[in-house]
Structure formats: C-alpha cells, structure tokens
Write a protein that binds this ligand. Structure first.
Ligand code: ATP
Length: 401
C-alpha cells in the first residue's frame, strides 16, 4: 500500500536501512523506515487525508505515519532531481536514492527494497551490502564515516556484536583512529547519553561494553573510568537474572539502562562517577536512582544482612521507597549470597504482595473511616508477607480477631 500510494502521487517508495538488513538475515525487525523519492511531506499528508495519524517535520521532510497495530513507519525524503521522470523506469532506482543510501553508516545498512507495484521487492544495493552481509562483514561506506559522525563508533560495536558480524580491517583502523584522535570527546552529553541508553537496551550488552573497552572508547568518553572485571561480573549477573527470572522480574524498561550504567561505574572512584553523571546531563530523577544504587549499597547490605532468618515483611520494610531498579542493581552488585537472595525474592515476589481485603472491606467489617483502616491494612500486609494468612477468609478472621 505504501508503494501504491507513492505511485498514485508520482513518487516512489523504498524500504531502507535496518529493516532491509534484518530481512536479509531472517531477523524480525518491526521498525520500518521508508524513503520517498519525491516529496515525503506530500506523501504523509496523503495518508493523513485517508484518516491516519501522521507527524511531520516539514523542515527535514521527514516524519512518521501510524498504522493500526499500532505500527509506525518512519518516512524520509530523497529529493528527486529535476531531470528524473516519475516512475519512468520502475526497476532502475535514481541518483537521489543512491545519495540517500550513501549518507548512511555501513554497507549492510545502505540497501533498499523497492515497494512499487511493478518493482516490488527489488533489492537496491549500490555498495555491496548484501555481499558483506553474506560474508559477515561490517564495513563503513567511506573513510570519513567515523569523522563525520563519531556516534557510529557505538553503532558499529552494537551491530557487530548483535549480528555477530566481523568489523572489516579498514573499518577497524578508521574506528581506532577516531577513538585515539579523541573525537568521541567532542560529542555532546545528550548524544552520548542517547547512545549509551541504546547500547544498554541490547539483549546482551556485555560483549559491546568489552569491545568498546578494547578500543579504549570508555576512557576517551569518561576519563578515569575503571571498566574492569567488577563491571563484567555485575553485568553478567544481570544477564543471568534476565534470562532466568524474566517472567517474574518487574518491568523496568525505562530505568533498565541506569542499572547497566551503575554497573559500568561501579568500580570507579566517586569523583569519576559524579563527573560521568554530569557529562551525561542526567535528570534529577536519574541522578537519584544512580546515586542511591552506587552510594548506598553498603548501607543496604547492613539493613538486609544478618545470619538468622529475616521475615519477608522486615525486608520489605527495609526496602520501602527504594526504586526497583536500584534493588536489581544491588542484587547484582553485592558479593553476599544471602543478601542477593533476599533482594531477588523481594523483586520477584514480595514487592507486589498486597492484602486481598481492600479499605472498603475493612469498613464493611464494621470499622470507621480513619487512619485505623490504613494501619489494619499495613498489619494485614505484614501478616500476608510472613505467611500468617493466605486466603480471603483467613484475612477476614485475622481482622475480626
Ligand atoms: P537498530 O536495530 O539498532 O534500530 P537500525 O540500523 O535499524 O538498528 P536505526 O537507528 O533505526 O538503526 O537507523 C535506521 C537506519 O538509519 C540505519 O540502518 C542506517 O541506515 C541509518 N542510520 C542511523 N543512524 C545513522 C548514523 N549515525 N549515520 C548514518 N546512518 C545512520
């Protein structure tokens, strides 16, 4: 439909970038990016007239169409040159598409698939992306790639590790001189933050963290940072938690990257930790999570430790108000087994326990509205956490007693 709509407007549509790469690899990728040869803004407005939600950046001629699902399609414009006639040669892609693809990062990301009625499915591959993908190579499109945009260092490492590609020799050389030349330190804090965030959302961030260490990238980004075996150990534990406990762990989507960031900073001096927080322009809320994770681990170990049995309600009380992301980091960072076990029980079970009775039920049992109701519910929660009540009937009996 995208291709047909483009043709009805005398334009052409192509799927591009990561979507094409992943399609050729047989990997699922739900982010569809398309390039319109013609006027992307007019293309999106046509969808808007059909009742679809679109958001358009007129200045960049880019935007997004939201299809039911919801499924978003990102749209960019490759300006057509005046001498190119619309849909004249449907199987031959024009220079404007080639320019668009040449501005991209790696050959494997610089392929397109035509979406027109007649050329539907035709692969456009000017730079040998398919061959590189087959041979398992990650390769920049030209020698100035990393100089033009040093965030590609992160992108290279992420893609190499995720897709199990091998960085081609010249690309390694160019990446190394970009890092050694200090270009990463020229990136704004917000760009670094965004790249670090994306990196830590990878399913397995450890290989990418290590690879960036091999290139000396962390040291350039955050001088004095000690990314060592402690980082590895904590990150490895997090990965194990996610693999084994993913069904029971609370969803931490937005703050997950902070848990990894805490792991990255764990082995460094406090002064370095604070300067990284400044460099990344963390929000006050993010700073709070990270500071608590890094600076209160010792205090938490004291609160949660103890040789004898600790009742679940005591652990829950000790962790009241602590963000779950911080608990998760502590569980990975502590070297004390017993404390790790308690934190994991809190995260997977206890933190979500609530009494079965509600405030309304307590009133129905004859109590008056007031602070006592809250106290009863608190005590009921303690009883439930510690196993003194299990069923609703037992809760009612417990309140009446
Ligand atoms: P991921 O699966 O991590 O999202 P992706 O390749 O789809 O990988 P996006 O960030 O969605 O990544 O980018 C889409 C496409 O845009 C890429 O495939 C690439 O062609 C291009 N691109 C993105 N960032 C850059 C960049 N910094 N320099 C050049 N091209 C880029």
């Amino acid at each position: 439909r995208l291709g047909r709509m483009a043709e009805s407007l005398s334009m052409r549509a192509y799927a591009v970038g990561g979507f094409v790469r992943d399609l050729l690899l047989g990997r699922t990728n739900l982010d569809l990016d398309i390039v319109i040869e013609g006027d992307g803004v007019a293309f999106m407005k046509a969808w808007e007239r059909e009742g679809y939600r679109v958001s358009v950046h007129e200045r960049f001629r880019t935007g997004m169409i939201v299809f039911p699902g919801p499924r978003k399609v990102d749209v960019a414009t490759a300006r057509r040159e005046f001498y190119e006639f619309p849909v004249a040669q449907p199987t031959v892609a024009s220079d404007s598409l080639k320019h668009d693809l040449y501005r991209r990062d790696f050959t494997v990301n610089a392929m397109a698939i035509a979406l027109g009625e007649r050329d539907w499915g035709t692969l456009v591959d000017y730079f040998g992306g398919r061959r590189d993908l087959r041979r398992g190579f990650l390769k920049v499109l030209h020698n100035l790639s990393f100089v033009e945009d040093p965030t590609r260092v992160f992108r290279a490492v992420r893609l190499e590790q995720r897709l199990k590609l091998k960085m081609e020799e010249n690309t390694v050389r160019l990446l190394t001189s970009c890092v050694r030349g200090g270009l990463l330190s020229l990136l704004s804090g917000l760009r670094v933050k965004s790249e670090v965030e994306i990196l830590f959302h990878e399913a397995l961030p450890l290989p990418a963290i290590r690879r960036l260490r091999e290139f000396g990238a962390w040291e350039v980004l955050f001088p004095g940072l000690a990314v060592d075996s402690r980082t590895d150990r904590v990150v490895r534990r997090l990965t194990v938690f996610f693999r084994r406990l993913h069904r029971d762990l609370p969803p931490l989507e937005a703050s997950l990257w902070l848990v990894y960031l805490a792991s990255l900073l764990f082995g460094s001096d406090e002064a370095v930790q604070r300067s990284v927080m400044d460099r990344l322009h963390l929000t006050p809320a993010e700073r709070h999570v990270l500071s608590l994770a890094l600076f209160s681990l010792g205090a938490a170990e004291n609160d949660l430790g103890g040789r004898g049995e600790r009742r679940p309600s005591e652990i829950c009380r000790a962790l009241t108000g602590v963000p779950l992301a911080v608990c998760l980091f502590w569980a990975a960072a502590t070297e004390r087994q017993r404390i790790r076990r308690r934190l994991l029980l809190f995260l997977t079970r206890w933190h979500k326990v609530r009494p079965m009775l509600t405030g309304r039920d307590i009133l129905d049992l004859g109590y008056r509205r007031g602070p006592l109701v809250g106290k009863i519910l608190d005590a009921l929660l303690t009883a439930r956490l510690d196993g003194s009540v299990e069923t609703r009937e037992e809760e009612i009996q417990w309140v009446l007693d």
